[in-house]
Design a protein around this ligand. Structure first.
Ligand code: LMR
Length: 325
């Protein structure tokens, strides 16, 4: 509804395939909080490019990065109200709908990209995705962000005790809260686009995120120490408005589904390369002191955090955890 009907002006607008004119004229909004130059930002732009070119320009996709349109605190409601048709929040931000979305925050659960992709592409991944399919939402894909690491402004971190008393900004969630409690610290939920300021003002002492986010948000300007912990994973869930999605004609839905696949593979192909480049840049800038956990230090973190994994193993759909080995 409200999409307009005729594609007849399209012939004049550079449609070179001759097939695009079959698509209804419409504008789609895609909102996210990360920088354009991240795997998520690039995936969103690939989605736009694919849809616009294959629809002969009939379908336009406006991508709003950096929380320009909606931030963490309002993007889900905006999606449910169809003020935006696509968002891609961190999985844990959907934890209020189903605890299983927080499983990526379980400490040291996933080994590498292959391990994650096997989970996401398998039956368990589909099950997890479908858990958002109520409340007028539908889950379409997982997109990668990277492994998470910890920065702070107080002291170098090599063992759990080093975190004692620190306030760490996180994307929020019960599992992540328990993780930081077990480390003697506190997890403080703060919107992503307010985090730089929180770090600058000292409202929080540190934060955890992917290397790509750490670099593109310039946290090095307001943080002294980076510890490469790889302690958990940051994954996104791409969510659309269900009523809007169900109302699309089959051809349009196919095109968007195809575009989503292309966009997903762009992010997957970029993520490791961008993590590496982000770390190289951070090293080059030489503003933060970097510590890579040794295997022994990693073991100590693992041991300290084991009770958290054991506790939450009960609240997460056991079929999902069984699929991760
Ligand atoms: C965060 O809040 O830390 C992340 O979810 C931000 C992002 O990349 O979307």
């Amino acid at each position: 509804s409200g999409c307009g009907s005729s594609g007849s002006q399209n012939a004049a607008s550079g449609n070179n395939s001759g097939t695009g004119s079959d698509y209804p004229k419409m504008e789609i909004k895609f909102s996210h909080v990360a920088a354009p130059d991240t795997p998520k930002g690039q995936s969103a732009l690939k989605f736009k490019e694919f849809v616009e070119s294959k629809s002969g320009g009939n379908i336009s996709v406006k991508v709003y990065p950096n929380g320009q349109l909606y931030g963490d605190n309002d993007e889900i409601e905006a999606l449910q109200a169809n003020n935006v048709q696509f968002i891609a929040p961190s999985s844990a931000k959907l934890g209020g709908f189903d605890k299983s979305f927080e499983l990526f925050d379980l400490p040291f659960l996933f080994k590498d990209e292959k391990h994650l992709e096997a989970f996401e592409d398998g039956q368990a991944g589909k099950q997890l995705l479908s858990k958002v399919n109520s409340n007028n939402m539908e889950g379409l894909a997982f997109w990668p962000n990277g492994f998470k690491h910890i920065t702070n402004s107080k002291r170098p971190i090599a063992k759990p005790e080093d975190l004692k008393g620190l306030k760490i900004r996180t994307h929020g969630g019960e599992i992540i809260n328990d993780v930081y409690t077990a480390l003697g610290a506190a997890s403080t939920k703060l919107a992503f686009n307010e985090t730089y300021q929180g770090l600058q003002l000292g409202t929080v002492d540190g934060q955890e995120n992917s290397l790509v986010n750490i670099e593109t948000q310039k946290y090095e300007e307001v943080q002294k120490y980076l510890t490469l912990t790889n302690h958990a994973r940051s994954e996104y869930v791409v969510v659309t408005n269900k009523k809007w999605w169900d109302g699309l004609n089959a051809k349009t839905k196919d095109l968007l589904t195809q575009a989503m696949k292309e966009a997903t593979s762009v992010g997957r192909n970029l993520v490791e390369k961008e993590e590496k480049e982000a770390l190289d840049n951070i090293k080059k800038h030489n503003k933060m002191q970097i510590h890579q956990l040794t295997p022994e230090e990693r073991q100590t973190f693992l041991k300290t955090l084991k009770p958290v994994s054991e506790k939450w193993g009960k609240d997460i759909d056991p079929n999902l955890l069984k699929a991760i080995d």
